[in-house]
Design a protein around this ligand. Structure first.
Ligand code: PLP
Length: 366
């Protein structure tokens, strides 16, 4: 059906996602590259993105929640799907039924999963905490496991030992090397298994961080793996656009939007665009953020409201702009990382905060 009536939408460039996947493959080789598709592939739509990655050669996926893994299984019948949340007792039957591999985060989880492996073998990943202090085996738990791993891992096949870097977006952080050395120590205490440490940022930290498998998320979706460190090696994969609902001329001294937080210093031309904070245009971008129209950067003026936002298009020639034209709030001109910085957050929160009502339009090419 024709959906030209849509007033705002998110264009997902599937070709860019696979190009970013290939970029990581060439950076990480010979390590394998998994796809982190938690939170609906960071808002882009896991049901479309994950099969694309699989077609590009990705055989390993990570989700956070069990439900996310259950939803993906029919779309990825032969892939390995790891679930970061682990194996709470209530989760075990569904993990087994959907052939999902839990990332075990504590000795308790290991014990329970191992008990479930009586009469059959089960795959497992182990998460070693090397300094994040969020999930994973603590140093004390790791020592206990190392002292009796044959017994504690009975019935289990170790598919992966992983840890997570807390500061991989900052190549200058000393924490990266600290965590690397703790991870190496942990691996030496455990039976041999494939190992994984690096998210997107970690892939750029150097060969020692790659191990057997890398786990990028944000870079696949176009975010800079290390914002502020030079040009982004990733291609733009998510473009947020809204149509101009009205063009209106205002006089000097007139105000715009809720609470009149913007007052025109000169006669101005405004475009009222069909995107608001319900779509993921942060209210914190009020009077600060930028957009792109007719290839030029324009300013957001006044408060971002739920369904609308105003931009000052005074500098755009009349012949180059009309009602119904699309204005880009995230894309090649105003990038995801630009928006995140202006909004005082990161690219992850911007992407995962894109509104549910925004239609996703999938494009093949980059
Ligand atoms: C989210 C996540 C990743 C992916 O991180 P990016 O920074 O998006 O590449 C990798 N590993 C773990 C444990 C995660 O939670």
């Amino acid at each position: 059906m024709n959906t030209d009536y849509e007033a705002s939408w998110l264009t997902v460039r599937l070709g860019a996602v696979t190009a970013n996947y290939k970029t990581f493959q060439s950076l990480a080789a010979p390590a394998a590259v998994a796809g982190v598709v938690k939170a609906d592939a960071y808002g882009l739509g896991a049901a479309m993105v994950a099969p694309r990655l699989a077609a590009a050669g990705c055989g390993t996926f990570f989700v956070a929640r069990l439900e996310e893994g259950i939803a993906l299984r029919p779309l990825l019948p032969t892939a390995r799907i790891f679930v970061f949340d682990g194996a709470a007792p209530e989760a075990v039957p569904a993990l087994i039924a959907h052939r999902l591999t839990p990332v075990l985060n504590s000795l308790n989880e290991i014990a329970h999963w191992s008990r479930c492996a009586t009469g059959r073998r089960l795959d497992a990943a182990l998460h070693i905490d090397t300094g994040m202090n969020r999930l994973g085996l603590s140093p004390a738990e790791l020592s206990d496991l190392a002292a009796s791993w044959r017994k504690r891992l009975a019935g289990l096949d170790l598919a992966l030992v992983l840890s997570h870097l807390a500061s991989s977006d900052d190549p200058k952080s000393r924490q990266n090397r600290d965590q690397l050395s703790r991870f190496r120590t942990a691996l030496a205490m455990l039976p041999p298994a494939p190992a994984s440490l690096a998210p997107s940022g970690g892939i750029l930290l150097g060969k020692e961080f790659l191990f057997d498998l890398v786990r990028p998320g944000i870079g696949l979706y176009g975010g800079h793996p290390q914002p502020g460190t030079g040009p982004n090696p990733m291609q733009t994969a998510a473009v947020l656009s809204g149509r101009i609902l009205q063009l209106r001329r205002i006089d000097k001294g007139e105000s715009v939007g809720y609470a009149a937080t913007f007052r025109a210093k000169r006669p101005s031309m405004l475009a009222t665009v069909a995107l608001g904070y319900a779509d993921g245009v942060r209210r914190s971008l009020s009077n600060r953020g930028m957009a792109a129209v007719a290839g030029r950067r324009v300013k957001i003026v006044g408060r971002v409201s739920m369904d609308m936002v105003s931009v000052d298009v005074s500098a755009i020639a009349k012949t180059r702009i009309k009602t119904g034209d699309a204005v880009e709030f995230i894309g090649d001109t105003v990038t995801l990382d630009d928006v995140a910085e202006t909004a005082g957050t990161n690219a992850y929160e911007i992407l995962t905060g894109l509104g549910r009502r925004l239609p996703r339009r999938y494009r093949e090419g980059a």
